[in-house]
Structure formats: structure tokens, C-alpha cells
Write a protein that binds this ligand. Structure first.
Ligand code: GDP
Ligand code: MG
Length: 318
């Protein structure tokens, strides 16, 4: 499905005769349906994608949660150790009368997260839909870090995970300016580096609220220019065809080749896409459930024997 129109995931039954038809003093709830009335049964995996306009990215401890708590009513956990935020937090940021946006605090993108290391990977999915990334960098050089290298590491992480995501508009924010050592050039180095690359650059101290209002205004201004959020694209997988396998197949061995034939098998072979794993599994399962392999075994088929089913040739493996 590529649009946001509702669609039927699984059809309901044709409707029964009503409860009064089945209910007896002891059986109040019908636990069966008249054959042919059953609805479709499907296994589905639903993934909740958070809807945020802005995704905060950056190394652990750069101040993402602090910023969110300062500019919104969200109360994310804030602490001075890595992986403090275990769930993506959402906050509504009110800018002025009638203007607001949703900001998501995406925890712990760390190096290697796009390959599944650490917790970051799980959360990267949640920024898929953000229109704007706000990239926080700890500019204070605490823990001996180099802001430019940190910025680059997160960008590399994003492109590794999704080149499309890395192309998303980004505002770079130097945080913890209050901790900048006297005479430090780290802020200037980062500013020069990212403005050279064409990013909008802001500086703040989330802890002391210095520069946070300016940042909120800049974010709102940028969002006003950006196209609306992309709609979610779900993959619709067509249900497997229902094939009546009750009719017995003909199994014949001739010159070391086992020929298997029958109307439903012909139909089945025609519907299977043998380059698709799921489809092949369905083929295998259908034959297995119809006891085709059991019957072949009883007739003496051996591992390695050739099998032919309507042009489909394979070696028998029990
Ligand atoms: P996150 O992991 O990116 O969400 O970082 P947190 O918001 O949890 O912040 C990590 C630590 O840095 C906390 O102890 C915060 O109080 C502290 N912190 C955040 N922003 C600032 C800031 O601007 N200045 C100072 N001095 N500390 C900050
Ligand atoms: Mg956090």
C-alpha cells in the first residue's frame, strides 16, 4: 500500500445466523462457524512508527533529553551516564499561538548502531519519518571528546543506516557551551566545519536554557519551509492461494525419475514463485501436508532421486 487509504487486512466472515441460533443454557458463546462463513486469518506484524516532526540525534550524554525537557512538557530521564534514555520520548514544543511541533528524543545512537550494536539500532527506525534532524554535539570537550569527530561519527552512522535519512535536513547544535574551557577553540572549529558543509548552526547550553528559545524558533522556521511528512508505506503481501489438496496425486517412477501429477499440483506449481523463499516454503508445506512425501517414501523414493512435477525438476531430499 503506498497511500494512506484504509484497506482490508483480513476479511470477516459472511456473517452467521446470530447468537440466538447457537445459544443454549450451557453454551452462550458460539465457538464455531458454519463452514464457508469463516473470515480470513492472517498473521501480521504491526510496527508503531512514532510521528515526530523533529528527531534529536547525537551521542549519548550530549543533552538530547535535557533539551526536550527544557522546551516541552516531556519528562525524559536525564542522567550523566550512557543509555539513560531507553525509550524514545516525544514532546510537543509550543512556539507561539497556534504554532507547535513534535520533537522526539532518540536515544543512544552510538558507533556501530547501524550494524545492530547497542540499543541505537532499534531507535533509528523511529526517526524514519522526521522531517528535520536536530543534531546535538557536546562542544565542551568533556570526556576528552572531539566535537568534529563526534559530528562525523553520527553522520556516518546515519548514512550507514539509511542514506536517505542522512540526506534529511539537519540543524547542528553545539551544546554545553557553559562548560567550554577558557580559551577553547572547540566551538569555533565545529562551527567552521559544519557551516562549510552548508548546515545551519546554533549554540546553546540546554542546562542553563541559554539559546534554547532561539533554537526552537529556528526549528519552527525550518519546518515551515519543509514539505509535509511522508506517509507510511506498508508492504502488502497477497494471501497465499487456497488449493484443495484432497484429491490424491498420481506418483509414478520411470527410469529413476519420479513423476508426480494431478490437477491441484499443476495449479500449485503454476502459482509458486520459485525465486521467492516464502513461496517455496508454501509449496513445500502444501506437499508435506498433503502427505505427498510420505506416499513417495512408502513407494521407495530415495534421497538423491530425481523428481519431476510439471516441468519442475529437483532431487529428492527427505
Ligand atoms: P542525552 O543522553 O543526550 O539525552 O543527554 P542528557 O540530556 O541525559 O544529558 C546528559 C548529562 O549532561 C546530564 O547530566 C545533563 O544534566 C548534562 N547536560 C545536558 N546539557 C547540558 C548543558 O548545556 N550544560 C551542562 N553543563 N550540562 C548539560
Ligand atoms: Mg537521553
Amino acid at each position: 500500500m503506498s497511500d494512506s487509504k484504509p484497506f482490508v487486512l483480513a476479511k470477516g466472515g459472511r456473517g452467521g445466523w446470530g447468537n440466538q441460533h447457537f445459544a443454549t443454557p450451557t453454551r452462550q458463546v458460539p465457538r464455531f462457524a458454519k463452514p464457508g462463513l469463516e473470515g480470513e486469518v492472517r498473521e501480521v506484524i504491526l510496527e508503531l512508527k512514532l510521528l515526530a516532526d523533529v528527531g534529536l540525534v547525537g551521542f549519548p550524554n550530549v543533552g538530547k533529553s535535557t533539551l526536550l525537557s527544557v522546551v516541552s512538557k516531556a519528562h525524559p530521564k536525564i542522567a550523566n551516564y550512557h543509555f539513560t534514555t531507553l525509550y524514545p520520548n516525544l514532546g510537543v514544543v509550543y512556539v507561539t499561538e497556534g504554532v507547535s511541533f513534535v520533537m522526539a528524543d532518540i536515544p543512544g545512537i552510538i558507533e556501530g548502531a547501524s550494524e545492530g550494536a547497542g540499543l541505537g539500532h532499534d531507535f533509528l527506525r523511529h526517526i524514519d519519518r522526521c522531517r528535520l534532524l536536530v543534531h546535538l554535539v557536546d562542544v565542551s570537550g568533556s570526556e576528552g571528546r572531539d566535537p568534529v569527530a563526534d559530528f562525523e561519527a553520527i553522520c556516518a552512522e546515519l548514512s550507514e543506516y539509511s542514506p536517505e535519512l542522512a540526506e534529511r535536513p539537519q540543524i547542528v547544535v553545539a551544546n554545553k557551551t557553559d562548560l567550554l574551557p577558557e580559551g577553547s577553540s572547540l566551538l569555533e572549529e565545529l562551527r567552521d566545519y559544519v557551516t562549510e558543509l552548508g548546515y545551519d548552526f546554533y549554540e546553546m547550553s540546554a542546562a542553563t536554557h541559554q539559546g534554547t528559545t532561539e533554537l526552537v524558533k529556528a526549528i519552527a522556521g525550518k519546518l515551515a519551509e519543509l514539505p509535509p511528512i511522508r506517509t507510511f508505506e506498508a508492504d502488502y503481501v497477497a494471501p497465499e492461494p487456497v488449493i484443495d489438496t484432497s484429491e490424491e496425486l498420481e506418483i509414478e517412477e520411470c527410469d529413476g525419475v519420479w513423476y508426480v501429477e494431478g490437477p491441484w499440483l499443476k495449479k500449485l506449481v503454476a502459482t509458486i514463485n520459485f525465486t521467492d523463499y516464502e513461496s517455496r516454503m508454501y509449496f513445500d508445506r502444501t506437499l508435506r501436508e498433503a502427505s505427498v512425501f510420505d506416499r513417495m517414501e512408502a513407494l521407495g523414493v530415495q534421497d538423491g532421486d530425481a523428481v519431476s512435477m510439471y516441468g519442475l525438476e529437483f532431487e529428492y531430499q527427505s
